[in-house]
Design a protein around this ligand. Sequence first.
Ligand SMILES: NC(=O)c1ccc[n+]([C@@H]2O[C@H](COP(=O)([O-])OP(=O)(O)OC[C@H]3O[C@@H](n4cnc5c(N)ncnc54)[C@H](O)[C@@H]3O)[C@@H](O)[C@H]2O)c1
Length: 344
Amino acid sequence: MTKLKGALIGCGFFAINQMHAWKDVKGADIVAICDRDPERLKIVGDQFGIERRYSDAAALFTDGGFDFVDIATTVQSHRALVEMAAAHKVPAICQKPFAKTLSDAKAMVRTCENADIPLMVHENFRWQTPIQAVKAVLESGAIGEPFWGRFSFRSGFDVFSGQPYLAEGERFIIEDLGIHTLDIARFILGDVATLTARTKRVNPKIKGEDVATILLDHQNGATSIVDVSYATKLGMEPFPETLIEIDGTQGTIRLSQGYRLEVAGPNGMTVSDASPQLLSWASRPWHNIQESVLAIQQHWTDRLSSGGETSTSGADNLKTFALVEAAYESAADGRTVDIGAMLR
Ligand SMILES: NC(=O)c1ccc[n+]([C@@H]2O[C@H](COP(=O)([O-])OP(=O)(O)OC[C@H]3O[C@@H](n4cnc5c(N)ncnc54)[C@H](O)[C@@H]3O)[C@@H](O)[C@H]2O)c1
């Protein structure tokens, strides 16, 4: 079988994980890279042995010779780069946050549909081993119909040293991290009808909010809470674990710190270890995220080879992105926001 050829744009902090994962993906290789910063281009090109290097994305697309593009830049450039991919009929992966606004995100999905190219958002958190394990338990019927959930990410980890831009934006935790937690809530309990949110900024050195509490009314009648914080100083730092509680008509699921998965049902209780693997290039505590990067990139490669929509396609991600926009709206004016109306 011939391997798919990919190009990666944006050789920054997180792209290192994506490049390592591409080495492990079966069926695809990265053949060209692009970054407007010559230093990053050299570091990543030398580390991964990529000879085709570009400082300008337009020149990369003009030269072509690849089957897909992996856009790993920050949000400001996403719309322009996705549109460039569509203009060249090149299937595209785009990092989260998908776009600056919901209307930009909708336009990007439309452009790719019109160009008839697959578009996937690199929304990797739902691909984490512990999250997939919770989903599998729920789908097995072991706890009956879920009626309540909590998706929690509370940490005091210093994310600003690796990603200094996170301290500078008007928006912080919902747009950067809550976007993943909201996607997990949708993945586990289904799409959302209405949302109510409250936010706070605790750390005086940053511009945006670092605490958010979000109440979701799911379309299936379940209620859930998404709570995220980078101002929570715990005795044992859980970064970057998402903790989950689900109550169902027949039992409960608890994913707790240390990847402990407890399932209680009519036949008693089981406890298992839902830890991610430590891949050869991974390092703790990031290994959970790093493994999910490999999983999502393998999923993309498989779908691009065999056809079919990806789990986190652009169209799917609009429903997560709408929750981000709605959370900021609700936190600003106190209202409960109708998600269906935003997506129409
Ligand atoms: N899914 C996750 O777990 C996860 C974790 C961290 C970061 N991210 C996301 O990854 C994205 C990148 O974050 P990062 O921390 O690596 O950022 P970064 O600033 O370290 O890297 C971005 C790189 O893109 C380059 N770039 C920007 N615009 C460009 C353009 N138009 N053409 C060519 N190069 C361009 C920059 O020079 C830089 O080297 C962000 O959107 C972030 O939210 C995701």
